[in-house]
Ligand binder design. Structure first.
Ligand code: SF4
Ligand code: SF4
Ligand code: SF4
Length: 156
């Protein structure tokens, strides 16, 4: 499931203090989801101890979005049919786990980049993606082989 602005909003201070430069916490929540603003722009969340538990939850919730910022890769689970094409064609899987991929069972390693769970693809370990980190290359194999257009790359 995609994260909704409402889920982010619920964990924000909800004071509409405007310190982030937005008129309301709700508009800030929208921009965080769209990657136009970072959580750090909400200074009360970081400075006031009473918000610490909410901050932890928000960090966990937004982990996928942060990784997308790094790799540009976003999976839309609503569109995904669970066909596993992306899992099979990923060159990192092929090189790390030739047995699993060659056998047709999919990755047998504990930390593949992508894995099918409950009928949809999940991002398990984005740090192994070729698009991650300072030596990144703009690999597009998973997107090019997705018949449902469930994978997008957001650049920048
Ligand atoms: S700084 Fe935080 S609490 Fe203040 S309006 Fe922005 S999101 Fe809301
Ligand atoms: S971008 Fe390339 S390396 Fe990254 S998950 Fe897709 S196929 Fe694998
Ligand atoms: S190729 Fe597309 S539809 Fe198939 S599992 Fe991957 S993301 Fe889902």
């Amino acid at each position: 499931m995609a994260i909704t602005p409402m889920e982010v909003y619920k964990l924000l201070p909800k004071t509409n203090c405007k310190k982030c430069g937005e008129a309301t916490c709700m508009s800030f929540a929208f921009k965080v989801i769209n990657r136009e603003r970072k959580l750090e722009d909400c200074t009360p969340l970081f400075e006031e101890k009473k918000y610490a538990p909410q901050l932890e939850e928000l960090k966990k919730m937004l982990k996928g979005i942060e990784e997308a910022t790094e790799t540009g890769l976003i999976v839309d689970e609503e569109l995904c049919s669970g066909c596993a094409n992306c899992v099979v064609v990923c060159p990192v899987h092929a090189s790390d786990d030739p047995y699993g991929m060659g056998s047709g069972y999919g990755p047998t390693i504990d930390d593949p980049i992508l894995r099918i769970e409950d009928g949809v693809v999940k991002v398990i370990n984005m740090k192994k993606c070729r698009r991650y980190g300072k030596n990144r290359i703009l690999c597009v194999a998973c997107r090019e082989n997705c018949p449902s257009d469930a994978i997008r790359f957001v650049e920048g």
